[in-house]
Design a protein around this ligand. Structure first.
Ligand SMILES: Nc1ncnc2c1ncn2[C@@H]1O[C@H](COP(=O)(O)OP(=O)(O)OP(=O)(O)O)[C@@H](O)[C@H]1O
Length: 250
């Protein structure tokens, strides 16, 4: 089976400093993957490259069964191809209800006329209820989003991304600032989402990564240092030396 996303030999330097250094990475359809690594390892830059925010100096980034190159695509084009990104801080429309946030996120034909002519139909309403069910916010649909807890806002934002029907979701430190209960809910949600699409989670919290129970890629100095199960990578002496050994806690 060919990969959904393939990054091959990618490098990018900022003022001569190689933030990404000959990085190769693949993810399959419907796969959950955690990316870990020390500060400055290149995790954010990797996501910036995949989403078109940063252009690499060399290498290949290809997408989908026909291996479309993402390198000349704009951020908007890449999003439309089916790559969604969730930043660390939730960015929902706080004055709008949960329901209306999900309505606004639905994938609809674009352009001024389609926006004017758009009327919500029954299929959209059903879809919003299905999304709310998936993210666990059915009871909150009528609430103003600003009133939600931090965790609930994060789930709403994931729901808004799912409304766009992405094939790959990039999620940056989803567990940060969450209560234990919220983290468990987030684990279930991401595992569930990854049954039908690929999900890449960048995370520092090893307990959370263990709960995700997925393949782990360790980045270091812009390259893959180790890959495999969490047990496999955490027993790797190089990973211990550059990452795990540093805080003692992880
Ligand atoms: N636009 C930029 N200009 C200059 N240097 C940059 C830029 N973006 C990233 N860097 C540098 O590239 C390196 C990789 O940064 P990146 O943010 O990708 O690491 P990270 O693994 O996400 O770190 P963290 O875990 O702290 O978020 C860092 O040394 C950073 O300072």
């Amino acid at each position: 089976m060919s990969a959904l996303l393939e990054v091959a030999g990618v490098s990018v330097a900022f003022d001569g400093f190689k933030a990404i250094n000959n990085l190769s990475f693949e993810i399959e359809e419907a796969e959950l993957r955690a990316i870990i690594g020390p500060n400055g390892a290149g995790k954010t830059t990797f996501m910036d490259i995949v989403t078109g925010k940063t252009r690499p100096d060399k290498g290949r980034v290809t997408w989908g069964p026909s291996n479309i190159s993402l390198l000349r695509k704009s951020e908007a084009q890449i999003a439309r191809l089916g790559i969604g990104r969730k930043f660390q801080r939730p960015t929902v429309f706080e004055d709008q209800s949960v329901f209306d946030n999900l309505v606004m996120a639905l994938k609809k034909p674009r352009g001024p006329m389609s926006a004017i002519l758009y009327r919500r139909d029954e299929a959209d309403t059903d879809r919003i209820h299905a999304l709310a069910e998936e993210i666990g916010l059915t009871k909150e649909l009528a609430r103003r989003s600003g009133e939600l807890s931090h965790g609930q806002k994060q789930w709403l934002e994931i729901g808004m991304l799912l409304a766009q029907d992405p094939q790959l979701l990039l999620v940056d430190e989803p567990a940060a600032g969450m209560t234990v209960g919220e983290r468990q809910h987030t684990t279930r949600l991401l595992r569930d989402v990854a049954k039908t699409r690929a999900v890449i989670v960048v995370e520092h919290d090893m307990e959370f990564v263990r709960a995700l129970d997925c393949r782990v890629t360790v980045l270091h100095e812009g390259s893959v240092l180790a890959e495999g199960t969490l047990d496999h990578v955490t027993q790797d002496q190089r990973v211990i030396d550059v990452y795990l050994g540093r805080s003692g806690e992880r």
